[in-house]
Write a protein that binds this ligand. Structure first.
Ligand code: FNR
Length: 180
């Protein structure tokens, strides 16, 4: 299955980016995962949505070509970071490439609650009419105190979390294939 990961942090040492890259490496046999960065995505502007910049067209083409999307979100001030919302705004307009495409949400934060609030908000946003993405339920991945769970090479070293991810990825692939 071809999946794109959309990561809501653009900082160099992002734990959420490390999580996406860890998933890419660990499940390479069962999952063709491309990790997308939102670093160069321009700000959404309705004035230019019909002649969108090339970076937007490229981003949307990659999402369109994917069978499913993995959203990996940090939590900023109790909600979804602006770069993630910006990406969603582009995806929700003109050719609405997310409609009907299955998604899973994960997130990592330094706080103990591991992006619970951001994920609840993101879940709600992804049900909006311009996105309308079926979401896997019952497999919530909240990684709290993330700064204690990765080593210097970007490997997730927390055994319990890795074991849980193994199960969630299998559940996701089994569930998402019925939408392809
Ligand atoms: C944060 N952080 C944070 N953490 C949290 O658990 N709940 C929150 O509401 C916030 N709010 C917040 C706002 C802003 C502007 C920043 C910069 C940070 C801390 C956050 O979990 C931490 O910086 C993570 O490392 C961010 O994810 P990445 O960039 O490592 O992927």
């Amino acid at each position: 299955m071809k999946v794109v990961a959309i990561v809501g942090s653009i900082r160099k040492e992002s734990y959420n980016m490390q999580l996406a890259q860890f998933i890419q490496k660990r499940y390479t046999e069962k999952l063709d995962l491309e990790v997308l960065s939102l670093k160069d995505l321009p700000m959404y502007n309705q004035d230019i949505e019909n002649e969108a910049p090339q970076e937007v067209l490229d981003f949307k083409a990659k999402v369109k070509a994917a069978d499913a999307v993995l959203w990996v979100t940090p939590e900023y001030n109790g909600t979804v970071p602006g770069v993630m919302v910006n990406a969603i705004d582009w995806l929700s307009r003109v050719d609405k490439v997310m409609i009907g495409k299955p998604s899973i949400i994960m997130g990592a934060s330094m706080g103990n609650l591991g992006t619970v609030k951001a994920q609840l908000h993101l879940r709600d946003i992804l049900f909006s009419p311009g996105i309308n993405s079926p979401l896997l339920s019952g497999n919530d991945v909240y990684i709290g105190a993330v700064h204690t769970k990765f080593d210097a090479e970007g490997n997730l070293t927390d055994e319990g979390t890795v074991k849980f991810l193994d199960v969630v990825i299998d559940n996701f692939l089994n569930w998402a294939k019925k939408y392809i």
